[in-house]
Design a protein around this ligand. Structure first.
Ligand SMILES: [Zn+2]
Length: 146
């Protein structure tokens, strides 16, 4: 990598060459300085891109929600997903899970996620055994007074 210090001294050197009447040497030096300048510009652009990617990842991390199994993306008032937990944790990539009959499947790592056993709305009409019903457990108990 070329330091700005090197460039600064390079410009001084080019000036010295021109003042000394060594035009060809001065031109050659300017040409190489221009190449260095373009390389630095390219590097700067690459760094800017990297920086905005990092900012995007950080922004994304705030919107990503884990349900204990898969990831969901809360974007504005829209919830998108689910996404593969393995792919996101390993590569930082949100990979859509495809819904199969009894599970979600990741097309990338082929991970499988069981669909929770709660009956979907369309199944509710079918007769079910009452024994399947779980007793609800209250989350909070009222404290007895006195
Ligand atoms: Zn995956």
């Amino acid at each position: 990598m070329f330091s700005t210090l090197f460039q600064a001294t390079g410009f001084k050197r080019a000036l010295d060459l021109f003042e000394a009447g060594r035009l060809e040497e001065g031109k050659a030096l300017l040409k190489s300085l221009q190449e260095e300048f373009l390389a630095v510009c390219e590097e700067n652009e690459a760094l800017k891109r990297q920086l905005s990617e990092v900012a995007e990842v950080l922004d994304l991390a705030e919107k990503v929600q884990f349900d204990g199994q898969k990831y969901w993306l809360n974007d504005e008032d829209e919830r998108r997903g689910p996404f593969c937990q393995v792919c996101y944790d390993r590569d930082g990539l949100l990979v859509h899970l495809h819904r199969r009959e009894n599970h979600w499947e990741c097309q990338s790592c082929h991970g499988l996620y069981m669909i929770p056993r709660e009956a979907p709305a369309t199944d509710r009409k079918k007769p079910r055994l009452r024994t399947n019903l779980k007793k609800t457990v209250p989350l909070f108990f009222e404290r007895e007074l006195g």
